[in-house]
Design a protein. Structure first.
Lengths: 111, 110
């Protein structure tokens, strides 16, 4: 049980922003939201994580709603290489975490 | 910078044969180490994790075992493989909460 809900697939035009939603309505106060992606036949790649505040790094931005029940991963200028399955996870801080990847969102970036 | 290696990259083994998959981490000390399995079209399943040499916690009872003979070495083993052991095996490391994955080993049991 991944305890997060994501759409199974999304398309995005190359160069446009990709906005990937995630629902985690039962998230606890000490659980972080983590995003990974997995390109076919490769190991998952860490993207970003956050607790309450919005976060940004060189790969993406993470927008977490004020009630923390949902979040959106934003890839500002999607490229063909961003085509992958994106996983949204919950992880309790300070734990030897068990990342329970669900089925994720298959993002297809099209030229 | 830290890097994580897994080998072999792919493996085809007959049912009943033994298994040994290796994972090593470079560029860090005393990491937490993890073994996950990803079955075709499914999510990740945590198999084992380790917080130090010789310390192994098992998350799922099965015919697999794990060992950590050195600080940055994590080994996944089986004495007799089953068909259901086929999958994509991933090793990961962390110092705090964020886990970083290796390239994986794709195991096919025939």
């Amino acid at each position: 049980d991944a305890k997060t809900t994501q759409p199974p697939s999304m398309d995005c035009a190359e160069g446009r922003a990709a906005n990937l939603p995630c629902n985690h309505s039962t998230i606890s106060g000490n659980e972080y939201v983590y995003w990974y992606r997995q390109i076919h036949s490769q190991g998952p790649q860490y993207i970003i994580h956050g607790l309450k505040n919005n976060e940004t790094n060189e790969m993406a931005s993470l927008i977490i709603t004020e009630d923390r029940k949902s979040s959106t991963l934003i890839l500002p200028h999607a490229t063909l290489r961003d085509t992958a399955v994106y996983y949204c996870n919950r992880l309790r801080g300070g734990s030897q975490g068990n990342l329970i990847f669900g089925k994720g969102t298959k993002l297809s970036v099209k030229p | 910078s830290q890097t994580i290696h897994q080998w072999p990259a792919t493996l085809v083994q007959p049912v009943g044969s033994p298994l040994s998959l290796e994972c090593t981490v470079e560029g860090t000390s005393n990491p937490n180490l993890y073994w996950y399995r990803q079955a075709a079209g499914r999510g990740l399943q945590l198999l084992f994790y380790s917080v130090g040499i010789g310390q192994i916690s098992s998350e799922v009872p099965q015919n697999l075992s794990a060992s950590r003979p050195q600080d940055r070495q994590f080994i996944l083993s089986s004495k007799k493989l089953l068909l259901s052991d086929s999958g994509f095996y991933l090793c990961a490391w962390s110092l705090a909460d964020t886990q970083y994955f290796g390239p994986g080993t794709r195991l096919t049991v025939l």
